[in-house]
Design a protein around this ligand. Structure first.
Ligand SMILES: [Zn+2]
Length: 119
């Protein structure tokens, strides 16, 4: 792959990394706040099972979101490492070249279209 395309994809990855990190920080903040709120609610109103239920749900939802962002962030970091080591753009399964158009859509993809379909 030529340097210009690689630089472009590296830029996309770094931007994604920043966005994921910001999103994560935001969610973690919200997550901590909701925990504080709920403990306050519990002491003020000890018998509100409905509130407790919805709170657990939103907490589960944010922890699910956090997990999925952490996973994506891991893939982005992995792709950035591959750019540094010069293995970026190569399928991790069959070692064929991943087309630029495909990388442009999902810059952190590890597999070529063919192998990606198999999994
Ligand atoms: Zn492949």
């Amino acid at each position: 792959m030529d340097t210009k395309k690689l630089k472009y994809l590296e830029g996309l990855l770094l931007k994604m990394k920043k966005e994921f990190e910001e999103e994560l920080a935001e969610l973690e903040e919200k997550f901590n706040l909701s925990q504080q709120d709920s403990s306050h609610d519990i002491s003020a109103y000890p018998t509100h099972p409905a509130d407790l239920g919805s709170d657990t749900e939103s907490r589960e939802e944010s922890s699910y979101l956090i997990t999925s962002i952490v996973k994506k962030l891991g893939r982005v970091n992995h792709a950035i490492e591959k750019i540094c080591s010069g293995t970026y753009g190569t399928c991790e399964n069959c070692e064929s070249k991943i087309p630029f158009e495909h990388l442009k859509t999902i810059p952190y993809v590890e597999l070529c279209v063919k192998c990606g379909k198999k999994t």
